[in-house]
Design a protein around this ligand. Structure first.
Ligand SMILES: Nc1ncnc2c1ncn2[C@@H]1O[C@H](COP(=O)(O)OP(=O)(O)OP(=O)(O)O)[C@@H](O)[C@H]1O
Length: 252
């Protein structure tokens, strides 16, 4: 992926302030940054969901905004605020999306069976999506993003609201996927997770890239990615507890 001069403004608010970034293929890439840093806005522009005010994005050598259909056929996306067709069962949803992707019915069936099984959703496959838990929805969204075997997978906060067992399942699926040479780009706030999964990271704050490169390089001499991150984004050194002097002790 090649990103040049990517820019997005919402009224007065500059969400993404001119990002230049090359993301290597075949890596497990983490996009990290504080709340409101511009991660979702950036991912939405890279995946053709939000039109940039300026700049270019190329995925697998194709311009996302000049050739959106081609790019969208090569990528899988688990967006933030995932919206699913609530009145379909999990199985119906995957079947529908697989057919929309142009896969033959028998192949959709085969892949759906396997994905439901691996993601531990087989027992709930005939339940309506509206009745799924948060973790089940994430896993269904992931299955939908993987169904057409994309070259690149973009995941916005894939582990949010997911229990440790499902987190492990998703990790295993993603590790299998990247081991075959595919690329995963995911955003997260959980530094331990990023550190244990990713081999390449980009740190974004206030709409700009603060650091990017192989994990070890970005971590540098810091004790952990978390410590490097706090330094890079200029975390304030004033513990909140000192300011909230009324909090605790039961006095009203
Ligand atoms: N549709 C919108 N309208 C107005 N402002 C927006 C919109 N989307 C994002 N923003 C603003 O752009 C900035 C970047 O938001 P974005 O959602 O990209 O951040 P983020 O890094 O994904 O944050 P978080 O980690 O909290 O999800 C924020 O200041 C946000 O308020």
């Amino acid at each position: 992926m090649r990103i040049r001069g990517l820019w997005k403004r919402f009224g007065e608010q500059v969400a993404v302030a001119g990002i230049d970034l090359d993301l290597p293929a075949g890596h497990f890439i983490g996009l990290v940054g504080p709340n409101g840093a511009g991660k979702t806005t950036t991912l939405s522009m890279i995946t053709g969901l939000l039109r940039p005010d300026g700049g270019q994005v190329e995925v697998a050598g194709r311009d996302v905004w000049r050739d959106p259909m081609d790019v969208k056929s090569r990528i899988g996306v688990l967006p933030e605020g995932l919206r699913l067709f609530e009145r379909l069962s999990g199985r119906e949803l995957l079947t529908y999306l697989g057919r929309l992707r142009g896969l033959p019915a028998a192949e959709v069936d085969r892949r759906t069976d396997q994905l439901l099984d691996v993601l531990d959703l087989s027992a709930a496959q005939h339940k309506l999506v509206v009745d799924y838990s948060t973790g089940m929805r994430k896993k269904t969204g992931l299955a939908a993003a993987l169904l057409h075997n994309p070259e690149v997978l973009f995941l916005d906060e894939p582990f949010e609201g997911v229990d440790p067992v499902s987190t492990q399942t998703i990790r295993t699926v993603l590790e299998h996927y990247t081991a075959s040479g595919a690329t995963v780009v995911f955003s997260s706030h959980v530094m331990e997770l990023v550190e244990s999964l990713c081999d390449w990271v980009a740190v974004i704050a206030a709409g700009r890239i603060r650091a990017h490169g192989p994990l070890a390089e970005v971590r540098g001499n810091a004790a952990s990615l978390q410590a490097a991150f706090l330094e890079l984004v200029g975390a304030r050194g004033n513990p909140a507890g000192q300011q909230l002097d009324w909090l605790g002790g039961g006095a009203r």
